[in-house]
Design a protein around this ligand. Structure first.
Ligand code: ADP
Ligand code: ZN
Length: 432
């Protein structure tokens, strides 16, 4: 059940003592970078001034803009010849940022990912198909190394090429997959075209999904359609990538590996810590990374920490599902809305298919929100009356959640824009 029993069950007090010790080492390493050398020097922060974990607050936050400013080598803490790999973020929200790894960093990361996969129940003997893109994106190689460490048979299928993915699953008896949740739903269409039932005609028993926000409803849909257990996996390239937080078999929140990261949750406006249980922005500090130590990195991801301990016994705190990034939020008629609020409502309707897009438009001086939804084909052929009734129910349910009345449009399965990577949920046409 445990990959690293001692560490996973470490009493809080010892865990926090370990964090303080490792924070001192991290500060020492960070001082070797040109960026932190300047910033920490200016604040009078040195390893000696970190006496307890509370002294973390003396350190300024690091933002994505800081990382961009330090591009390409401003955050490198070791001589270049010690670096064996680099990764970059997908650049969803602007210029990508880069993170360097020493051989030991890669090793630590692989071990951390193995810990996640083992916790969820993957074992030697499993056939693991890694359907995430390989390359600069961390989802591919990150999971690959972790799964190999467990001893699973890894199929590095990469992203896309839906028919081949399904063929590989059938030929090699894939039991576990790593996949972006929106792609897992999209793949169901190809299963249907090929006349293959993912539940009956494959050996699939578990999936690790991550890289984009998704709701509990989406997890349930994937679990039901494929007949497998789905585990949420959270990470970001600035913190290695996958392996930062992961669901245990209790499937209620993701354990953040606090022997490797310090987690803080702050109010993005006041920058003050929020109480446990309250939503805020996640902030991470790396604890064991040699090449690119990062201090108090502001992720812009919103979640809360579960205040109570997990029934599984692991002492590492759990974060909730990610609601979205602070910059995912859009404002229509003065109301703040997150795409996940819309998703939660839509996916609760069994008639609603597996893809949707939120379009923001200007109609005269007014903002309008149009939700385009795929519905099952039978329904589109079933007559206008039924469609209108459904439309009305969806509009009502959405209005209850987002407080304004959206327009709802139906479309056939496969017609809405979709890709192999992170789903684009919002198209904002108000500026053009
Ligand atoms: P980019 O920031 O350019 O998208 P990354 O590949 O580093 O590049 O993506 C990390 C981000 O992806 C996270 O900060 C978060 O917003 C999102 N993400 C990753 N895993 C999850 C998850 N399980 N649930 C929700 N969002 C996730
Ligand atoms: Zn647990």
């Amino acid at each position: 059940m445990f990959w690293d029993r001692e560490v996973e069950l470490l009493p809080r007090e010892e865990l926090e003592a370990l964090q303080a010790e490792r924070l001192r080492e991290t500060v020492a390493r960070a001082l070797c970078t040109s960026y932190y050398g300047g910033v920490l020097g200016g604040e009078g922060v040195s390893p000696e001034t970190i006496r307890s974990l509370d002294d973390l607050r003396r350190i300024p936050f690091t933002t994505k803009e800081d990382l961009r400013r330090g591009f390409p080598y401003g955050f490198l803490a070791v001589p270049k010849e010690e670096v064996v790999r680099l990764h970059a973020s997908s650049g969803t929200t602007g210029t990508p940022t880069v993170v360097y790894h020493t051989r030991r960093d890669i090793d630590t990361w692989a071990d951390l990912v193995a810990r996640c996969l083992y916790m969820a129940g993957m074992r030697k003997g499993d056939v693991f198909q890694n359907m995430m893109s390989y390359g600069l994106f961390t989802g591919g190689l990150g999971l690959h190394y972790g799964a190999e460490r467990i001893g699973a048979l890894v199929i590095p299928s990469g992203a896309g090429n839906s028919r081949r993915q399904i063929m590989l699953m059938r030929q090699f008896g894939t039991t576990a997959i790593h996949v972006i949740p929106s792609y897992a739903l999209k793949l169901l269409e190809t299963f249907r075209e090929m006349g293959i039932d993912p539940k009956e005609d494959t050996e699939l028993r578990m999936a690790f999904v991550g890289a984009e926000p998704h709701t509990e409803e989406v997890r349930r849909r994937i679990e039901e359609a494929y007949g497998m257990d789905v585990f949420n996996s959270y990470g970001l390239s600035e913190m290695n990538g996958p392996g930062v937080a992961f669901e245990c078999p209790c499937k209620e929140g993701m354990h953040v590996w606090e022997d490797k990261y310090i987690l803080e949750v702050i109010d993005p406006e006041t920058l003050e810590l929020v109480p446990e249980g309250e939503e805020g922005e996640l902030v991470f500090t790396t604890l064991c990374r040699e090449a690119t130590p990062l201090l108090r990195y502001r992720t812009r991801d919103l979640a809360f920490v579960y205040p109570d301990p997990c029934p599984c016994g692991r002492t590492h705190r759990r974060i909730s599902r990610i609601k979205g990034r602070t910059d995912d939020m859009f404002i229509v008629k003065g109301v703040n809305i997150f795409p996940m609020q819309v998703e939660q409502v839509l996916m609760g309707f069994p008639e609603v298919g597996n893809n949707y897009v939120i379009v923001l438009e200007k109609v005269g001086p007014m903002d309008e929100i149009v939700v385009q939804i795929e519905v099952r084909e039978e329904l589109l052929r079933g007559g206008i009356r039924r469609l209108e009734a459904l439309q009305e129910r969806i509009v009502r349910a959405l209005r209850e959640e987002i407080l304004i009345t959206p327009k709802v449009e139906f479309s056939e399965p496969g017609r809405l824009p979709s890709g192999e990577g992170k789903a684009m949920r919002v198209i904002d046409r108000r500026g053009v």
